[in-house]
Design a protein around this ligand. Sequence first.
Ligand code: SF4
Length: 471
Amino acid sequence: MNNNSSIAEATQVALIKSTTSKDAVLEGISKLGGISKFVKEGDLVFIKINLRNPGGFPTNTNFDVISSVISLCTDAGAKEIYVGSFPDQHVKIKALADALDLQTLFKKCRAKLLLLDDEAKYSQEIINLNNKEFKVPSAILRCDKIISINQVNVDPVFACTLNLLNSYSIVSNEAQQIKKDLRVGRDYLHLDQYKKDLISNILAVFMIKKPDLVINDLFYVLEGAGPFNYKDSNLKKTSFMVIGNDAVAVDSITLRLLNIDISKQDLLMEARDKKIGIVDLSEIKLIGEDIDKNKLDIKFCASKLEDVTVKNTDIKKGRLCSGCFNQAYHLLNLMKSKMTKDLKYIERQSLLIGEKPHEPEFLENILIFGDCAINSTKDRTFRKIVIEKGKNLIEKAKNKIKKEKKKKSKSKTKIISNKQILELPGCPPDILKCVSSIIKYYGKDEVPGLNLYYNLISTYVDFKKIEAKKK
Ligand code: SF4
């Protein structure tokens, strides 16, 4: 623990271990000087939470932690307390709030849930960043104080869901998407330009309204196949919470606690280089537990798609960027979680992904994922099937039994398109559109598990938008 008094008081992080998540957050804020250090009487406070989908605990921020922070803000004399976030792609906030009964919960605490995607109710300001327009809800911009409460789970692209990522969802999921922008002389895939552009946008949006108080809740963590509740996800109790006044510092302490090499975390390195926050331990006043004595052993996401083993599914990869990697990671985990029975009867399928993927071993059920894979396999042999005209199948079987030598056939051949191919376009593809296309390709009766999942999510997903976008 670094308690050197010569370190600037400006950046403080409390590393807290406790018996309940509520106690941990209360103790952490108290150790940082109490809530009055962050919230003053009459302040308008916005609490930025994770509100991704109703996929079970701990996909979203723990509601015990949120209500504890709301109570503290009320005690500090906050005038109004708002809570909110933009959810995952296609998820409607109102439907999500109804599913989790959030409006009642927050009303009880005297806070208000903002339905940020209701543009008729909540006006948005357009802010130009990185040559892109971002609509940011005015309700967030006019708040005096921002508190970011982030649930930490493992993540396939950023190792874990950091607080900087939580700040990104003050803009809609649509605005968060990265548009492929090719630069002359730069290899988009080799440089992983997708991830570079994503990091640049995350940091730009973060700077719009930096949070005053930052909480990384890893009291419970989804490890293995997180950040959602997949078949291979595992809930782990660590009893830790990391709280501070600088999101970058809080994230850097969180990563160190998880035993991750910070120098390989490009999001944090970019934040340091742009002087957005503090990364170096020597510049952070660390309060509470000793980080070196409390390193956590967490199982992270598979770093290779081939390691997400899905029954009867063969993955053929080419060159790809983080965009397709992330989406394919989620699609494969979704298949593994929701198609367990379906894949027992689909004897084999191949998923081709990235530029110039390897050849599939079989000609049936070839799923081609993403524009790079689709465009670079247009002339491949698997796209055509050679059939012999007028072939007598019974005769063929008899010959096989008698092991007769095949006579040279004069039958003509015909080349037709392989119909057992499903293209899943996008750069990168949209997961729910992929699920919808896979159901149509196999037929509802062939994939009842996946179809049931699709019907269940209709309670909170805007399907009309998905279907409209497919046209
Ligand atoms: S199609 Fe996929 S791999 Fe290709 S550039 Fe787009 S996101 Fe990257």
